[in-house]
Ligand binder design. Structure first.
Ligand SMILES: [Zn+2]
Length: 490
């Protein structure tokens, strides 16, 4: 059976067949690093990781590019027709009193740390637009030369009228887009639906701290052109798969198609894969509802982290496996608790089978059918990455092993069972394969940590902080959970 993927462009499931045999060129829209990435962001990045891992499981050679946006993403770029907001990076720089590059580096580090904890494989390249300005300028210049873009007093704009297929991805025909246009603030644009490729350092943007010299004077790129430039530079004119969140479809990805195809005159992307919205206990995630969760603890009081609440990042990954990327996902703590149980169960069974010494040639030995579960796994994953079904096959398999172990106690195909679980886990990535030996923590450090916990409970944070520093000086780190702690060697 072939891999079938739902393509947002054609609005149907299609048989996956890459442009070049055996190879997959894949681009994933990455984070704009102006704040801590939250679990909603990771929900979509996890889809890309599962897809990449599954393609590798099918023996494709995958080349994945995932960008980091560090300039030009405006607060209202996600809305259809305007670009009169404020650059998210510049806004964050003002908020945190740092320069935008420092901001980008800081949040990138956090984001990478969380990706690692979630077992999200690193992309092959992680380009940043501030380092790709030449490529961006080259494409914009060519778009002007070809008549798809025009210069105004405040920037360079893409003329959507010139691109016949504008609206095909989102299903928004141009006249509908225009009808829905808000009152046009920018009088320089020929058409309200036109979007910025380059913004000049004039008017409200005159104080924009990041800027570069260009044929149109000093300025900086718009968000949409950045992804086009990076995708083409690292993957070529036509790519196999482009992923992103559902909210990226319009205008971001619609704009990417227009720019890229106008520039190369070739089809840009073969398969568009989008992850549906993510809700928290049935509600939209928002700072005002105080339901924005991060993976790791952050110094920012606006966010709670799953780790502080006692949830290991891989519990979140397990939760993701239990939901289809195209269904409306509802995050609940009840579901997290269930995911935690499943994760524990799978890891426990794997360890038991791995560490057991089964006797050979015993009469009562039993063989577990491994082909069946792989078949179920393949079938489910091939059907537009039906992870919940594939995962339930693994759960059933594990349950069966446990049942057999309690009655028979002797399995004849131990190695095959382990390999089968590991094979599925090359996609799921939730197994703790090499359980590290616990480092012995000196008594003194344990005592300090306990005293610190007591101080925290009494809300004596200055004492708690002093102790933390002392522990760190001695080469250990305390990781706080709600009413407990963990000690790690640094
Ligand atoms: Zn993008």
């Amino acid at each position: 059976m072939n891999l079938m993927l739902y393509n947002t462009y054609s609005k149907k499931k299609e048989k996956f067949s890459p442009l070049e045999k055996g190879k997959v060129k894949m681009y994933a829209c990455g984070p704009t690093v102006y704040d801590y990435a939250h679990i909603g962001n990771f929900w979509s990045y996890l889809t890309a990781d599962i897809l990449r891992r599954y393609l590798e499981y099918l023996n494709y050679e995958v080349l994945l590019i995932k960008n980091i946006t560090d300039v030009g993403h405006f607060t209202d770029d996600d809305e259809p027709l305007d670009s009169n907001g404020e650059d998210k990076m510049e806004k964050a720089a003002k908020r945190d009193k740092k320069d935008p590059i420092e901001i980008a580096d800081y949040y990138t580090q956090y984001y990478e740390k969380d990706e690692k904890k979630l077992n999200i494989k690193k992309p092959h390249f992680q380009p940043r637009p501030t380092r790709e300005i030449d490529q961006i300028i080259k494409i914009i210049q060519e778009l002007i030369n070809k008549g798809f873009a025009y210069e105004t007093e405040d920037g360079v704009y893409f003329s959507v009228q010139k691109f016949q297929k504008y609206g095909k991805l989102s299903g928004n025909p141009l006249d509908k887009i225009k009808k829905g246009a808000r009152i046009e603030i920018n009088e320089n644009k020929k058409d309200p639906a036109d979007f910025a490729l380059w913004k000049k350092k004039v008017g409200k943007n005159r104080r924009h701290s990041l800027h570069w010299q260009s044929p149109w004077g000093k300025g900086f790129p718009g968000w949409h052109i950045e992804c086009t430039a990076m995708a083409i530079k690292y993957l070529g004119d036509s790519i196999d798969i482009h992923t992103g969140g559902e909210d990226n479809i319009f205008p971001h990805h619609e704009a990417e198609i227009a720019q890229s195809e106008a520039y190369t005159q070739k089809p840009f992307v073969k398969y568009w894969i989008h992850t549906r919205h993510f809700y928290i206990e049935g509600k939209k995630m928002s700072k005002s509802l105080q339901n924005v969760y991060t993976i790791s603890k952050t110094p920012d009081k606006r966010y709670q982290s799953l780790e502080e609440m006692g949830y290991h990042p891989l519990i979140f990954r397990t939760l993701k496996l239990q939901s289809h990327y195209r269904s409306k996902a509802n995050f609940t703590f009840q579901a997290m608790d269930q995911a935690a149980k499943n994760l524990k169960n799978i890891n426990h069974t794997y360890q038991v089978v791995k560490t057991s010494k089964f006797k050979k040639n015993q009469k009562n030995s039993i063989k577990i059918n491994c082909d069946k579960v792989i078949q179920e796994f393949n079938q489910a994953m091939n059907n537009d990455l039906n992870c919940p079904l594939a995962f339930s096959a693994l759960l059933k398999f594990v349950k069966n092993i446990n049942k057999k172990l309690t009655t028979q106690k002797n399995l004849s195909n131990q190695k095959e069972i382990l390999k089968t679980i590991e094979k599925m886990d090359s996609v799921f990535a939730i197994l703790k394969k090499n359980q590290k030996k616990k480092t012995k923590i000196p008594k003194e450090i344990n005592e300090l940590a306990q005293t610190r916990l007591n101080a925290r409970k009494k809300k004596d944070f200055s004492l708690a902080d002093k102790i933390r520093k002392k522990v760190e000086e001695k080469g250990y780190e305390i990781i706080d959970n709600q009413n407990t702690y963990q000690i790690k060697k640094k």
